[in-house]
Design a protein around this ligand. Structure first.
Ligand SMILES: [Zn+2]
Ligand SMILES: [Zn+2]
Length: 383
């Protein structure tokens, strides 16, 4: 149980994290703060520098039983925060506008309650993963050889999701977050004088054709197993000049599907389209992949465990707003163990994630922690 003093201290800690956000892969100071807080709780073991600046605190009962992992994320976003909060980001252009400061705090709160009232069997792992926003952190963590020591049977995470009433939890068995990847396409031709464009090979018409044709891959919606969505996010053709007919172009497109196999197929189809168009216009081409997220799938058993905990706590839950089109790195943990992601509502008047005025609602700390604690007690004893 968290006391009023706990909640005050945790909320202050959250606001401290909020003031000093760090980008994916650069979470050094954040991980130091988390490490200090974890040490005070006296876990059986702390594994640091996992997949970058990731940290895992293990509470081991030394008795046989399941291992349950709870996940939070260390990273912030390259977004200039725009609000007048006293705890607003002190770093220009970087902010905790995805609520990861709050997720970290809920995990530390769980550590407090477990350290005071230890589990009776099994293990609890508090996992602070780096680089969630670029889809690299979870893969890096699970590929760390030391992840084998953790081997969780079950994994849970809570992400705050605005647009839902305060304290309402969205979840469902099956797909919870779509798979996605960012594909950068580079087309190369030849520059020429703007007065004689036929002397060169401009990619302009190829880009125009690609933008029109890629839309034909779009299909269904996120509730459909064959959902496919392509979103052009950036296009550049040549230089900002009036004297040069362009010789190159780059297109950024995000591919999104309801499962990992469809994503591979869509990637293949888009590349084939690029290849065909490039041949037609005598261009060469190149691809680079960024921000590759696996689909996040809620295991039925893990989902039911979370639902039982929410029922016991009289938490209002349902499937409003899920599955989400937005992707989540947590899907990787779901490939290693039975996993469930819960989406917790901060109240309907909260700014959306990744918006410059978003801030975590501290009143959610006891709710999120309460769900984690209840799952822990239900599986590892005891009330
Ligand atoms: Zn985010
Ligand atoms: Zn996030």
């Amino acid at each position: 149980m968290l006391t009023d003093l706990d909640l005050l201290e945790l909320s202050e800690f959250r606001r401290e994290l909020h003031q000093y956000p760090e980008l994916s892969g650069y979470e050094l100071e954040t991980s130091k703060k988390i490490l200090t807080a974890l040490k005070e709780m006296g876990p059986s073991q702390i594994i640091d520098k996992m997949g970058g600046y990731g940290l895992a605190a293990i509470f081991d009962s030394q008795k046989k039983g399941p291992t349950i992992l709870f996940r939070a994320e260390l990273d912030a976003l390259p977004i200039q925060e725009k609000n007048n909060l006293p705890w607003a980001s002190k770093l220009p252009g970087v902010s905790h506008t995805c609520g990861h400061d709050g997720h970290m705090t809920m995990l530390l709160a769980l550590g407090r309650v477990i350290s005071r009232n230890p589990i009776k069997c099994g293990k609890v792992v508090l996992m602070f993963q780096p680089s969630e926003e670029n889809g690299q952190g979870a893969r890096a963590v699970v590929s760390d050889a030391r992840y084998k020591q953790i081997k969780p049977d079950l994994a849970f995470a809570i992400h705050i999701e605005p647009g839902r009433p305060f304290g309402y939890v969205s979840t469902r068995p099956g797909l919870i977050n779509c798979a996605s990847l960012g594909l950068k396409i580079t087309l190369n031709g030849k520059t020429a004088h703007a007065a004689d464009p036929s002397d060169g090979i401009s990619p302009s018409l190829a880009v125009a054709e690609f933008i029109q044709k890629i839309a034909k891959f779009n299909h269904g919606d996120e509730l459909n197993n064959n959902f496919k969505l392509t979103t052009i996010t950036h296009v550049q053709i040549g230089e900002q000049s009036f004297g040069i007919s362009p010789g190159d172009a780059s297109i950024f497109v995000t591919l999104r599907t309801s499962n990992d196999d469809s994503l591979s197929q869509l990637d293949k189809d888009v590349r084939e389209l690029v290849s065909n168009i490039s041949t037609k216009f005598e261009l060469t081409f190149d691809f680079e992949i960024f921000d590759h997220f696996a689909a996040s799938i809620n295991d039925k058993e893990a989902h039911d465990i979370a639902v039982d905990a929410m029922k016991a706590l009289n938490i209002n839950y349902g499937s409003i707003g899920v599955p989400m089109r937005a992707s989540e790195d947590f899907g990787i943990f779901g490939m290693q163990s039975r996993a469930a992601m819960l989406c917790l509502g901060p109240g309907e008047d909260y700014a959306a994630l990744h918006n410059p005025d978003y801030d975590f609602n501290d009143d959610l700390i006891p709710i999120g922690t309460g769900i984690f604690e209840r799952i822990t007690r239900d599986l590892l004893g005891t009330y």
